[in-house]
Design a protein around this ligand. Structure first.
Ligand code: THU
Length: 130
């Protein structure tokens, strides 16, 4: 059993709430704070398409708005054979708010892959560039 099993389960649960009537691509994410609290998120689409928010960013904003700072892992779950990595926009925010954390990709069948943010986002722009 992976040390990330609880995080993956939380992402699966969050995925149940995905609002994806346009793409039908349902995504769940879960973010673990340094405090130990876990925040789930799902993708939320809307009729403009462009204002859609990904599951990862929903989880991050939920946690930030609850006052959490400092995160040590994030999980992304989809029902796909090829696991789903975070999109470019989400990589930027995961990097800025979480840093070089493990990104735990999983599907509903138990396939798991763990990639460090450094690997997913090798040359980031962040506050150190300002
Ligand atoms: N999506 C996410 O929520 N996270 C990802 O990592 C990839 C894409 C969502 C956005 C949109 O609702 C749907 O998946 C298709 O792009």
């Amino acid at each position: 059993m992976s040390e990330y099993e609880i995080l993956i389960t939380a992402a699966k649960q969050a995925r149940e709430n995905a609002h994806a009537p346009f793409s039908n691509f349902r995504v769940g994410a879960a973010l673990r704070a340094a405090s130990g609290r876990i925040f789930g998120g799902c993708n939320v689409e809307n009729a403009t398409y462009g204002l859609t928010v990904c599951a990862e960013r929903v989880a991050i904003f939920k946690a930030m708005s609850e006052g959490e700072r400092g995160f040590d892992a994030i999980s992304v779950v989809t029902d796909t054979e090829t696991l789903t990595p975070p999109c470019g926009a989400c990589r930027q925010l995961i990097w800025e708010f979480c840093g070089d954390v493990p990104v735990v990709l999983a599907n509903l069948k138990g396939k798991i892959e763990i990639i460090q943010m450094r690997e997913l986002f090798p040359k980031p722009f962040d506050s150190s560039n300002l």
